[in-house]
Design a protein around this ligand. Structure first.
Ligand SMILES: Cc1ncc(COP(=O)(O)O)c(C=O)c1O
Length: 323
């Protein structure tokens, strides 16, 4: 499908991607005054169903990010979820999809500020392209770029302008032969990957940096924290992580919408554990995959089915999806 022919949601209407234009002076383009989400939908062939993972939670985070830009969204998470389901249906997607809602200051005028500048809201859904192959584990490096501090720009929100830091770190890592970058806070604690949260496993304990260490408050992170406790019966701690704890961890893995659960087997040329994907990471990769594809009915509460649900299916359509 040509990008221009995709149906997208733009300011209350369904239009062709090619017809939704923005001008060169758009505030969000010039000053990074926007916020967005990355959401995934998973096609289940045997159920002929497309499940979107934690859709309303993503729109709740979009609302919170927008409020930091002094934007109050007119539509509720349920309404935005319903538009997203409609969009998937309008494009007749029967494959994995990536969904990108974006809110940005749309006025075409010069002047850095947040107040008194109009905004647009768009949602684009397109076929998903694999982000990174982590089946054998990833290599990573501790970046010389530091994660933005919450007192410089809101680190916990998914703001467009903040991503320049991620882009710098990611490209430097890849150009140096690594798959991914790990960013530290200004104080030198581990924050996260360029577009992922991070966990380590030490002596049977699963540890992830707290939300006060300038991380993006990841939805996959929350999901995994819950699963580690409920399904694997392991303890989870949110606490600051030192750089050398990374090197000495038994296991390290990233979590995020794009990467799911991605084990890291080497950091700065040091093997993590025995240099292979560890047991906890492997169990979580499998569990997450089962859940997002709709194969574990007890986690149906996290999934929004996009197409009519077969009567005998235990995964019921959400209110929003039914509209
Ligand atoms: C900087 C950053 N950290 C963490 C994450 C993981 O967040 P989530 O699990 O909500 O996708 C993402 C991806 O959205 C990200 O861009």
């Amino acid at each position: 499908m040509e990008l221009n022919d995709l149906q997208i949601y733009h300011n209350g209407k369904f239009v062709r991607y090619g017809d939704a234009k923005i001008g060169l002076l758009t505030h969000g383009l010039n000053y990074g005054t926007g916020c967005f989400e990355g959401i995934r939908g998973y096609w289940n062939e045997s159920q002929e169903q497309l499940y979107i993972f934690r859709l309303a939670d993503h729109f709740d985070r979009l609302r919170r990010s927008a409020s930091l830009l002094r934007v109050s969204l007119e539509e509720t998470a349920a309404q935005l979820s319903a538009h997203t389901v409609q969009l998937v249906r309008a494009n007749k997607f029967r494959k994995d999809v990536y969904i990108r809602p974006i809110v940005f200051k749309s006025a075409e005028e010069i002047g850095v500020r947040l107040h008194g500048v109009d905004h647009d809201l768009s949602i684009v859904a397109l076929p998903h392209k694999p982000y990174i192959d982590s089946s054998k584990g990833l290599s990573a490096t501790v970046s010389s770029w530091r994660r933005i501090d919450d007192n410089s720009a809101p680190a916990r929100a998914k703001l467009t302008g903040i991503y320049v830091g991620s882009a710098l770190a990611k490209s430097d890592a890849v150009k140096s032969g690594f798959d991914e970058a790990i960013l530290l806070t200004a104080e030198g604690h581990v924050a996260e990957g360029s577009a992922e949260n991070i966990f380590i496993v030490r002596d049977g304990m699963v540890i992830t940096p707290p939300v006060t260490d300038n991380i993006l408050e990841g939805i996959t992170r929350l999901t995994i924290m819950e699963l580690v406790a409920s399904e694997l019966g392991l303890k989870v701690a949110e606490r600051s992580i030192d750089r050398t704890e990374l090197y000495q961890a038994d296991e390290v893995f990233f979590t995020g919408t794009a990467v799911g659960v991605s084990p890291v087997v080497q950091i700065d040329h040091r093997a993590i554990g025995d240099g292979n994907v560890g047991k906890v990471s492997a169990a979580l990769v499998h569990l997450y995959d089962e859940i997002v594809s709709g194969r574990l009915s007890q986690y149906g509460r996290w999934l929004t089915p996009c197409y009519p649900v077969a009567r005998n299916s235990s995964l019921k359509s959400s209110k929003a999806a039914a509209q």
